[in-house]
Write a protein that binds this ligand. Structure first.
Ligand code: ARG
Ligand code: ZN
Length: 880
């Protein structure tokens, strides 16, 4: 196997920069084939020169150096070296102006990092280390400077020229060209730099801040998408208001711009005053976007906006601190969404995501702490752990401190560190000071990887009325961390009597009973809590609102779970009780299937499903969550050795049985949710639509002609994408003649809409029908498939390998071969996307020997590629 010389970067090696950059003046002669960049940097030494003058080392990748001047004089070749990824200037003075001229080719930039072409426009992505692909620079977040940027381009093809900050000047130039100069008064790290040029429609809006300043909001999209921006604009206004109300944070520039581009590696980017978005998180209309799409737009628009304070005003000292801004901003966007919609339903969705994507990461070879100790390629650490577990860590701080002290901690953090590049430690210190708490043990959440397990047992002494809960915490070994120290864990809980009433909680030694929910603080490996005045053995309601990102083990009986499901005051616990029941049921069926016995769904399950389904009091959105079975991948996590076929069969058996046995109830529930007025994304009926589509999918599970008829009717009659796609998804999974007809009609109708065609690809890729892999291979050759477009790759390659467990894990290994081929193909085109596609292979150890062998072979084949990108190398090597 080939050995790579890719370097590992360690957190412990951090050193302050030798040189600081005070101002940056950039000028671009924009052209998709060849763009010339002139950069004038005002640089000042930042080290003790008495101990020797250190060279200035600038980062640079894929640049052609044209000229290099120091204080106006072209440097002699012996004064500098242009090496692999760096430009070194020897013996520079204490302070000086460096002028660097480079050339780049945006069109050839398929990695989509730096300056690149997306359709008819040019745009940038600089986080984490893309700025060095534009010009030579000290490309690290602790070097913050004031930028002035001049853009020159052809006026007819690029009438719009944008950069960070405020427009200072614009005008015409000879030869049909024009220019614009922008100035950003805020010091910023290079990763927040952005420019955009193109022929773009502009959708204006405005917001008046709490101090009465008027801010211009501007969304830029391709002309054909002009009508799809209302929701993004509305979401932005809501987000601005929310940050003022919840955190007292106001926007700080006169203009806030959002640009939608079709080719984008991630979701969006918070560049100061000029966000660049993946178009899927901006564009929406009722005909083309689902309720989930609307929801995701609100969330991502909020996320990028919230970064202006948590990320831009206060940024990261180094990339190990990434969760400082990402975990905090995820927490903020989750809270924003919770306030905009149903809080319990949002919480459930967030927990589902964490469990299905972050828990497996934490349990596998790529596990890393929320603040990693080392990396080879930082882009690989824009992970579920850094983002979503990081968000949970912030949430735990709020739970431990209480909302008020948490808010005071945020204020103190802004007060102390505005304008700085800091570490996670500074954030936690502000919280500790504001809350007057010792959070040193809490820091382990940042430094130790792995998902802790809480094992709970209890004991009731009728004579004394004392009920004892004993909690033991443990955390499995993870790469580089065989032993763990105990975490500081908030465990929110309550106690229910057999009638489902909540007991006021009184710990031994307390004078009087208190509230019915309390947060127990775990700090030791094993801790006991003695509750007094308890009349009969209660049922514990544990981990309310999912108060910590842990796995909980308590031997609940069937009756306990039913009691929690129907009576607990905490919606998360009510939902969770149902999920635990469903997991137990399905895992039981899996064992029957594996033992080749005839599995059957017990009557009790069908009855409690029916009770929920016909419950008129519950919120529809919550009901839909409660009636959704755990995903195949979550079920897989519960198995020692994953058996994708048995999981699929067991889960399907439950769905089919529900569909057959509860046909009437499902039809009635579906009809009760039928629309009474034309669709509107904000009509508050998204929960209803979700429940309706869920009922349809249960009805379709047995595959009756009647159900197919219902699906076709819904598909044809829908006035919105949620219903149209809901119907088409069930049809795509059914082996019936209507399937192809519907898919074909959908394609013909939407062939000119990229976002919708992405859905068309992923519906087919996630179909559980046996011929799916063949269809996926055909779709690779489809004229609309484009390996260079990340959304398209995700919708076909990503959807098949990450959301179609049973077909991807084909026992012959054809799915693996397919993914290996695509990763190798992407390696030379877009390393970040290639690396993202590797995730399913990292789980290889969880499968049977045959599949292990086949997946390992693919990883080895990938590692044998001589020109392996750093991104792909790191993940493949760590996976093996
Ligand atoms: N900071 C962006 C966000 O979370 C993510 C950009 C990351 N891009 C990357 N190529 N690593 O909002
Ligand atoms: Zn972010």
């Amino acid at each position: 196997m080939h050995t790579c010389q890719h370097q590992t970067v360690y957190q412990k090696d951090y050193a302050a920069p030798d040189y600081l950059v005070e101002t940056v003046e950039l000028s671009f002669d924009l052209d998709p084939d060849l763009t010339r960049v002139v950069s004038r940097l005002k640089i000042r030494s930042n080290h003790d020169r008495a101990g020797g003058v250190r060279p200035l080392v600038l980062d640079g990748e894929e640049l052609t150096l044209v000229s290099l001047k120091l204080d106006g004089v072209e440097l002699e070749p012996y004064r500098y070296q242009a090496g692999e990824g760096t430009l070194t200037v020897n013996d520079p003075p204490e302070s000086f102006v460096l002028e660097v001229t480079t050339e780049i080719s945006p069109k050839a930039n398929t990695a989509l990092s730096g300056l690149y072409a997306s359709g008819p426009m040019l745009c940038t992505q600089c986080e984490a280390e893309g700025f060095r692909r534009i010009t030579y620079f000290t490309d690290r977040p602790d070097v913050m400077a004031v930028y002035t940027v001049t853009l020159r381009a052809d006026k007819s093809s690029c009438p719009v020229l944008l950069a960070n900050g405020n427009l200072v000047e614009k005008g015409d130039l000879p030869d049909g060209r024009h220019f614009a100069t922008w100035h950003d008064p805020f010091k910023k790290p290079s990763y927040l730099f952005a420019v955009v040029a193109g022929d773009l429609a502009h959708i204006p809006g405005s917001f008046t801040t709490m101090s009465g300043r008027q801010v211009n909001l501007e969304i830029y999209v391709e002309e054909k998408n002009r009508g799809k921006c209302d929701h993004a604009l509305r979401s932005l206004i809501e987000a601005m208001r929310w940050d003022e109300e919840q955190f007292g944070r106001e926007y700080d520039l006169d203009t806030y711009m959002v640009v939608a581009v079709d080719d984008f590696n991630m979701g969006a980017m918070e560049n100061k005053g000029l966000n660049v978005f993946n178009s899927r998180y901006v564009l929406a209309s009722p005909e083309t976007a689902t309720d989930d799409d609307y929801q995701a737009i609100e969330e991502v628009i909020g996320h990028e906006y919230f970064h202006n304070w948590t990320g831009n005003r206060i940024t990261c000292r180094d990339w190990f601190q990434l969760s400082l801004k990402e975990g905090l901003t995820i927490f903020r966007d989750q809270e924003f969404s919770a306030d905009m919609q149903s809080r319990p339903v949002k919480r459930i969705a967030d927990v589902r995501l964490l469990r299905s994507s972050q828990f497996p990461e934490d349990a596998g070879p790529l596990a890393h702490p929320v603040r990693p100790d080392s990396y080879v390629e930082i882009n690989n650490f824009y992970s579920m752990t850094v983002y979503h577990k990081g968000g949970e860590v912030i949430r735990m701080l709020q739970t431990l401190l209480g909302r008020e002290a948490f808010r005071a901690g945020m204020d103190l953090y802004f007060e102390r560190h505005d304008g700085q590049a800091v570490r996670v430690d500074e954030f936690v210190q502000a919280m500790a000071d504001a809350g007057k708490r010792d959070l040193s043990q809490f820091m382990r959440w940042y430094n130790q990887s792995g998902t802790p397990v809480l094992t709970v047992s209890d004991d009731f002494e009728p004579a004394s009325g004392v009920y004892t809960l004993t909690v033991t915490q443990s955390c499995p070994p993870t790469p580089g961390q065989p032993e763990k120290e105990p975490f500081h864990i908030p465990l929110a809980m309550g106690l229910l009597d057999r009638q489902g009433r909540e007991l006021p909680l009184q710990l031994e030694g307390e004078k009087s009973p208190g509230a019915t929910t309390r947060v127990l603080e775990l700090r030791q490996e094993t801790q006991s809590f003695r509750f007094t005045g308890v009349g009969s053995k209660p049922v514990p309601s544990l981990l309310r609102n999912f108060s910590a990102p842990v796995k909980l083990v308590y031997p609940y009986s069937e009756d306990d779970l039913t009691l929690l499901m129907t009576s607990d005051s905490d919606p998360f616990v009510r939902w969770e009780a149902g999920q635990v029941q469903a997991v137990q049921l399905i895992m039981g069926l899996v064992r029957e299937i594996q033992a080749e016995r005839a599995p059957a769904v017990p009557e009790t399950f069908i009855r409690s499903f029916a009770t929920l389904l016909t419950d008129k009091r519950q919120d529809r959105a919550f009901l839909a969550e409660a009636l959704t079975l755990p995903t195949e991948s979550y079920l897989a996590e519960q198995m020692e050795v994953i058996d994708p076929a048995a999981i699929r069969e067991a889960r399907e058996l439950v769905r089919t049985t529900v569909g057959e046995r509860l046909r009437e109830e499902l039809v009635a529930a579906r009809e009760a949710c039928a629309p009474k007025s034309p669709y509107h994304p904000d009509d508050g009926l998204a929960g209803c639509r979700r429940l309706k589509n869920l009922c349809l999918s249960y009805l379709m599970a047995p595959g009756s002609r009647e159900a197919v008829g219902m699906a076709m009717e819904q598909f044809r009659g829908a006035d919105n994408m949620t219903d149209s796609l809901g119907a088409l998804a069930t049809l795509a999974g059914c082996d019936c003649p209507e399937r192809d007809e519907a898919l074909e009609a959908f394609y013909r109708k939407w062939r000119d809409d990229r976002g919708v065609i992405d859905k068309w690809f992923s519906l087919q890729a996630t179909s559980r029908l046996p011929q799916t892999l063949d269809r996926v291979l055909e779709l690779l050759e489809h004229p609309d498939f484009d390996i260079r477009n990340p959304n398209r790759v995700r919708s076909l390659v990503g959807a098949f390998s990450q959301a179609n467990q049973v077909r991807f894990h084909d026992a012959e290994g054809r799915g693996y071969r397919f993914l290996g081929d695509q990763i190798l193909r992407l390696n030379g085109i877009n390393p970040q996307i290639a690396a993202r596609m590797l995730t399913p292979f990292s789980r290889w150890r969880r499968f049977d020997a045959g599949r292990q062998e086949l997946m390992k072979k693919e990883l080895e084949r990938i590692l044998a590629e001589p020109d392996l990108a750093r991104d792909v190398y790191e993940l493949a090597a760590k996976s093996l």
